[in-house]
Write a protein that binds this ligand. Structure first.
Ligand code: BG6
Length: 478
């Protein structure tokens, strides 16, 4: 079903995100018939470009970032007709009146701030001052949304001067991933899981977001952030919220976000012994973190593992283990819900047997599997084994993995539809920083240094100990 006609202005229209995600995503929605023919996408940036130059930029982005089977000359040509370019300086005053004239007043208006956060307020101010945006317009802002609680509050306050909260779409692209939404469907559309979804039946939960890439090329940004600010404060915490939240009364933006906020506010402070930070070493001709970050004294972590407690009735006694890092063994994001043993076993104890686990694979190969214990086939007596009831979404839906909607395309369409469910509310972001800030401050006060780890490993040894010391173990990163 096509969305309503819209004008979408992408500030930072020639940037990396526009090239890799926004334009390819919009093209895929166009091919899927979801973008109305009279939709307009206006790339806005400082570069000297004309409409043809911008279309050329977009064509190259599609060729590079959209799977070849979706390249269709006619479709690309028709899509490019929706695109134009507008040259503007976010900090200047020129051109804004002209932009106001271009934007149609009778369609959905969306402004994507695909720029650094220091420009958010400037853009918001100008959109308001030059009457480009109205009370129904939407603005989309990217992470990082602040660097700490204070800066996030300042950003929220700046945006709130010109826009109502219902107009602000703070992107956390993890919320747009297919499996992440499926998490809500699995939890709240089935009777099977919810009765067991608490500390009485769940031993612990592991959330892993492991990457093989390093930080080369973006060391300047990353070294000021580290895994905590770059991944945990947003993506991992959002995953944690969706796993841990109470069932919302309705599937609407505020009902869902109210429940997520309650989870964040219930997080206990994390003691130093429950956190392991790491930094990758050099490997062959691949540089170390220190070299990538070009900061020989860097104490920034490229790996983080931590044990987190949620202080409420449902989760008291069930730890959540979070782990994320760069240059690890494999690219893999998953959530593992590890159930307890049955209270009484009638079978012989068996070395290496695992408990029931529900594994939610976010990437690659989105899907879920439920590990259950069965009898090993054959005449060998009552020996038990684990099998996975496996559901790859691509397989189950008869889809090519390439056809699973990318997070960005889904989220942009949600902006046009005016659905904020998968976007972070201002108070959520602030609450997340309020929890993260004292942890980071603790590292600074204690002068903590991250532990070195081998590139291609699963992080520092101490991260394994975080679980081993309690008789638990991480799932392998493979
Ligand atoms: C971004 C982080 O938000 O998410 C990056 O800034 C990280 O450091 C990326 O690599 C991971 O996203 P994905 O979708 O590839 O898992």
């Amino acid at each position: 079903i096509p969305v309503d006609p819209f004008d979408l202005v992408i500030f930072g229209g020639t940037g990396d995100l526009a090239k890799r995600k926004i334009i390819p995503g919009l093209y895929r929605r166009f091919v899927a018939g979801q973008m109305p023919e009279d939709a307009r996408i206006i790339g806005a940036a400082r570069s000297e470009l004309d409409n043809d130059g911008y279309r050329d930029f977009a064509r190259k982005a599609i060729e590079k970032y959209v799977h070849a089977k979706n390249h269709d000359k006619d479709k690309v040509r028709d899509f490019l007709k929706c695109l134009s370019y507008f040259r503007i300086d976010a900090l200047g005053q020129d051109g804004w009146k002209d932009l106001a004239k271009i934007i149609r007043k009778d369609v959905v208006q969306a402004f994507y701030f695909s720029v650094g956060p220091r420009l958010f307020g400037e853009l918001a101010k100008r959109l308001h001052k030059y009457k480009i945006a109205g009370p129904d317009s939407r603005i989309v802002v990217e992470k990082p949304f602040g660097h700490d609680l204070e800066s996030a509050k300042a950003l929220n306050a700046e945006l709130a001067e010109y826009f109502d909260e219902t107009q602000i779409y703070r992107i956390d692209h993890y919320l747009g991933k297919e499996t992440v939404q499926n998490l809500m469907a699995v939890r709240f559309a089935n009777i099977l899981f919810e009765p067991l979804w608490n500390s009485q039946y769940i031993d612990h939960i592991q959330i892993t977001v492991s990457e093989t890439v390093g930080v080369s090329g973006r060391g300047g940004y990353y070294d000021k952030s580290g895994a905590m600010r770059d991944m945990v404060q947003n993506h991992l915490m959002q995953l944690l919220c969706l796993i841990a939240m109470e069932p919302p009364a309705h599937f609407d933006p505020d009902s869902v976000r109210d429940e997520k906020l309650k989870v964040i506010r219930a997080l206990d402070p994390v003691p130093a012994e429950d956190i392991v930070r790491g930094q990758y070493r050099a490997e062959g001709d691949q540089p170390s973190y220190i070299e990538d970050a070009e900061n020989p004294d860097s104490r920034t972590e490229s790996f983080l593992a931590m044990k987190v407690h949620i202080a409420n009735w449902r989760w008291n006694g069930t730890p959540f283990y979070l782990r994320t890092g760069k240059r690890l063994r494999a690219r893999k994001s998953e959530i593992a819900v590890v159930f307890k043993e049955p209270p009484h076993s009638i079978f012989e104890p068996q070395e290496g047997r695992r408990c029931n686990e529900l594994i939610i694979h976010l990437q690659p190969n989105e899907g879920m599997d439920l590990r259950v214990t069965i009898k090993e086939p054959g005449p060998g007596g009552m020996r038990l084994m684990d099998v996975a009831l496996d559901m790859s979404f691509a397989e189950a839906l008869g889809e090519d993995a390439e056809d699973i909607t990318d997070a960005y395309e889904r989220l942009i369409m949600d902006v046009i539809r005016g659905n904020q469910t998968l976007f972070m509310r201002g108070d959520e972001v602030e609450a997340a920083w309020a929890w993260v800030d004292p942890i980071i401050q603790g590292w600074i006060d204690r002068g903590d240094r991250p532990k070195p780890y081998d590139a291609g490993s699963s992080g520092p040894e101490d991260a394994l100990m975080l679980m081993h010391r309690e008789g638990r173990r991480w799932r392998e990163i493979t």
